[in-house]
Write a protein that binds this ligand. Structure first.
Ligand SMILES: *Cc1c(COP(=O)(O)O)cnc(C)c1O
Length: 365
């Protein structure tokens, strides 16, 4: 696959396309991650051939040898981004180049081969063009794209795999948090950590999620929606949720978000909100914020808002925080004014309802 020119994807249409009326039914209330489209993108990698056989093909099960190394040593990374329906009917992506770069940063950390950015981008564009009828028409709806890559060499020795599969699947989604609750509740885990210095916290790998599930279960047991992790060394500094970054808003109008020191996933939503906040003249500091300070500031009223952010959940207000030491609430337990302003600013750019001063939106269909 030559570099430079736009890569071409062979098209193998599915023989089992979902009929338009059935698709319409599935799009009414799709939830998150259960409704899938007819096709997927697929590219193979081997040490001899490099990336080859790029295609858009029917979404179907992948046959795997039981000795495929991902099943044993978890060499796997992924991305998540959305295609939005444009007011005039087309489809657009939000900062897909940032996902392409982060995918390769994750690949390097996991000793996997780089995927040329153009190949990553074209796989997504080609799939969105094929599947644009699957983008829901409603307010929170989008086509969630899930690029991922895993080790497919049939070998039980411990070493980086010599073969990989890269795929993109697409899922029609609505709001991530169902029920339309005005805010989410967080559980502060003291038992578990997500990422340690030198580890894989900044890589978007499945393994990070595997280790977070027990802490999420602890949160659920304690009646909370989501878990928030503290740093692994001092068990004191707030890092992030299992799959979302976090922001704090103070009564002097300033904001804080934890810095990217290698243990936090560098969210594209986080980065975009930093830019939008600064555009609005808001002072945002990237600095450590401790759990004790969080409690003290919430109780004194110095902290007025807190929210979590990510592609899937967009901007989600945090209403209460619970730990073994007790519970505290934040503001009015619903979206505060700055949270709302930032959320609207972001969503309006993503959906084409506001100008795009930073060139973040790419129209693809
Ligand atoms: C993907 C992810 C995020 C959010 O990143 P976005 O690019 O904003 O979607 C935050 N934390 C973790 C652990 C993630 O995997």
């Amino acid at each position: 696959m030559s570099s430079g020119a736009t890569p071409t994807f062979a098209f193998e249409p599915s023989a089992h396309i979902v009929a338009a009326d059935e698709r319409a039914k599935r799009l009414v209330n799709p939830g998150f991650g259960r409704v899938f489209t007819d096709h997927m993108a697929l590219i193979r990698y081997s040490e001899e051939k490099g990336w080859h056989d790029a295609k858009i093909t029917a979404r179907e099960p992948v046959a795997m040898d039981p000795a495929s190394s991902v099943l044993h040593y978890a060499q796997e990374i992924f991305e998540g981004l959305k295609a939005y329906r444009r007011p005039e009917g087309g489809a657009a992506l939000f900062r897909p180049d940032a996902n392409a770069r982060r995918f390769n940063a994750s690949a390097r950390r996991m000793a996997m081969p780089d995927l040329p950015e153009e190949l990553f981008l074209e796989s997504i564009r080609a799939l969105v063009r094929t599947e644009k009828a699957w983008i829901p028409d409603n307010e929170d709806g989008a086509l969630y794209l899930r690029p991922f890559m895993f080790a497919s060499e049939v070998f039980l020795g411990v070493k980086p795999s010599a073969e990989y599969l890269y795929m993109v699947i697409a899922s029609s989604v609505g709001a991530y948090f169902k029920g339309g609750a005005p805010s989410v509740s967080l559980w502060v885990t003291r038992e578990y950590t997500r990422a340690a210095p030198g580890g894989t916290g900044a890589a978007k790998c499945g393994g990070n999620y595997a280790t977070s599930l027990i802490a999420q279960a602890e949160a659920t047991r304690n009646g909370c929606d989501q878990v928030v992790f503290l740093d692994a060394v001092e068990r004191r500094w707030v890092e992030e949720l299992g799959g979302m970054n976090i922001f704090f808003v103070f009564d002097d109008g300033t904001m804080v978000t934890p810095p990217l020191t290698g243990t936090i996933l560098p969210g594209i939503t986080r980065d975009s909100l930093l830019t939008l906040a600064r555009d609005m003249g808001i002072t945002v500091r990237e600095e450590p914020y401790s759990i004790e300070q969080w409690r003290a500031d919430a109780e004194s009223g110095r902290l007025t808002e807190a929210f979590a952010c990510g592609t899937a959940a967009v901007v989600t207000p945090i209403g209460s925080v619970k730990s073994a030491e007790g519970q505290f609430t934040i503001g009015g337990q619903s979206a505060g004014p700055i949270t709302q302003r930032l959320r609207t600013a972001l969503v309006d750019i993503q959906r084409g309802n506001a100008p795009d001063p930073h060139g973040w939106v790419e129209q693809v269909a």
